[in-house]
Ligand binder design. Structure first.
Ligand code: PLP
Length: 357
C-alpha cells in the first residue's frame, strides 16, 4: 500500500483499512493451506467491510458470542459459521440453530444444547507450548474425563452429532511450532475419536498464528504450515484471526504537542489507546511511520490524550523532529485494535473510518 493514502485524510484520528491488500493476503493464505478449511475468527476484527472483503476467500467465520453470531449473519447471510466460546447462555445456544459446528466447552453446556447440532468438543490437552504468547488453558475446553463424559452423553442423544475435536491451545507460535502442536493434537484426537465410532474425524486446530509486532514485514510461513498439515489424516480446519487482519489496518493521527519533561520527550497525539489498545494489552511499542517529517532521529515517547500514564503507544522510540500537525500512522492496527478498546473513556471524539478498496 502507498502510504500517501494516509496523510491527506480530512480528520484525525482515523482508522484506515486496506481492503485490497487484505483480500490479496487472505487469498494467499487460502491458497497456501490447500485442503484445510479456513475460517476467520471474527473477534479479531468484526468490521462489516472487513468481513465482506474476507468472505470470498474463506470457508466460514468463527464467532464467539451471540452478538457476533447475529452480526455475522446479518453481514454475510448464508455464510458457514462455527460457534465457540466459554459461558454460552441458553439464548445464545438457541440462536445457534443451523450453525455449521458448535464447539462445546463443558458437559453442562452440552446438556443445555437442544439440537439438532453438529458439535466439536473443545479439548484442553496437557501439551506444552513453551514459546506461546498466550496459553489457552484454564477455563477453556475440557480435560480427558470431561471429554469422555460428553462423548458418552452424545451417544445417547440422537439429535446431537459428534464430528470431532476443537483445540485452540496457544497463540503467538511460528509455523514450525504450530505444526508440531497440530501433530501432537492429532496424535491424541484421531484415535480418541475413532475409538468412539467417528470414522471421518474432524479437527479444528484453532488460530493463534504468530504476528510479530517488532517486525511488521515478517509473516507467518503459511506455505510451510499448509504443507505440514497435509500429512494429518483428518478433516482439518483452522480459524486464525490476528494473522489475517492485523497487517491491513492503520491508526493515523496528528501531533498536538511535543514537550520535554525531566529529560524525557513526549509527543502527545490526538486520540489515544482508548482507540488503539493493542500496545497496552500486548505490552509492546506499536510500530509506526512518521508521514510528514524527516531528519535526525532522537528518542521520544508517543502518548495519547488520556489522563493516565498507561496511555502510551510507544516508549522511547526514535523519531525525527516532530511538531504539532505532523502525522503519525500506527501500523498493524487491523486486529484486536479498535474493537477491544475502551472507546468511551474521557469522551473524546471517535476516529473516522476509511476503507481503501
Ligand atoms: C481468539 C481465538 C481464535 C483466533 O485467534 P488469533 O490469535 O486471533 O488467530 C481462534 N479460535 C479461538 C477459539 C479463539 O478463542
Amino acid at each position: 500500500m502507498n502510504l500517501d493514502a494516509l496523510d491527506d485524510l480530512d480528520r484525525f484520528p482515523a482508522y484506515v483499512y486496506d481492503l485490497s491488500g487484505l483480500r490479496t493476503h487472505v487469498a494467499a493464505i487460502r491458497d497456501a493451506v490447500g485442503g484445510t478449511e479456513l475460517f476467520y475468527a471474527a473477534k479479531a476484527n468484526p468490521d462489516a467491510e472487513i468481513l465482506r472483503a474476507i468472505a470470498p476467500h474463506v470457508d466460514g467465520i468463527e464467532v464467539s458470542s451471540g452478538g457476533e453470531l447475529t452480526h455475522v449473519r446479518e453481514t454475510l447471510p448464508g455464510i458457514r459459521l462455527a460457534f465457540g466460546g466459554p459461558g454460552k447462555t441458553d439464548e445464545e445456544l438457541a440462536l445457534a440453530t443451523g450453525v455449521d459446528r458448535i464447539h462445546v466447552e463443558s458437559p453442562r453446556e452440552l446438556d443445555r444444547l437442544k439440537g439438532p447440532a453438529d458439535v466439536l468438543l473443545r479439548a484442553n490437552l496437557p501439551l506444552r507450548t513453551p514459546n506461546a504468547a498466550l496459553s489457552m488453558s484454564g477455563p477453556f475446553g475440557m480435560d480427558e474425563d470431561a471429554l469422555d463424559a460428553c462423548a458418552a452423553r452424545i451417544a445417547e442423544h440422537p439429535h446431537i452429532t459428534l464430528r470431532g475435536v476443537h483445540a485452540h491451545l496457544a497463540s503467538g507460535l511460528d509455523a514450525p511450532a504450530m505444526l508440531d502442536l497440530a501433530h501432537r493434537i492429532a496424535e491424541w484426537a484421531i484415535p480418541w475419536l475413532e475409538a468412539r465410532g467417528i470414522d471421518d474425524p474432524e479437527l479444528n486446530i484453532g488460530g493463534g498464528m504468530a504476528v510479530d509486532y517488532t517486525s511488521p514485514g515478517t509473516r507467518f510461513d503459511w506455505r510451510a504450515y499448509g504443507a505440514g498439515l497435509a500429512g494429518i489424516p483428518a478433516r482439518l480446519r483452522i480459524e486464525p484471526g490476528r494473522s489475517m487482519t492485523a497487517y491491513h489496518g492503520w491508526y493515523v493521527t496528528d501531533v498536538l504537542d511535543v514537550k520535554a519533561t525531566r529529560g524525557e520527550t513526549y509527543v502527545v497525539l490526538r486520540g489515544g489507546t482508548h482507540h488503539l489498545r493493542t500496545p497496552v494489552t500486548k505490552g509492546h511499542d506499536q510500530p509506526f511511520e512518521v508521514l510528514t517529517a524527516s531528519g535526525p532521529e532522537s528518542p521520544a515517547t508517543l502518548v495519547g490524550q488520556l489522563c493516565t500514564p498507561k496511555d502510551v503507544f510507544a516508549r522511547d522510540v526514535p523519531v525525527p523532529p516532530l511538531r504539532p500537525g505532523d502525522v503519525v500512522a500506527f501500523a498493524m492496527a487491523g486486529a484486536y485494535a479498535w474493537n477491544i478498546s475502551h472507546h468511551d473513556f474521557l469522551m473524546h471524539p471517535e476516529p473516522a473510518f476509511h476503507y481503501l478498496r
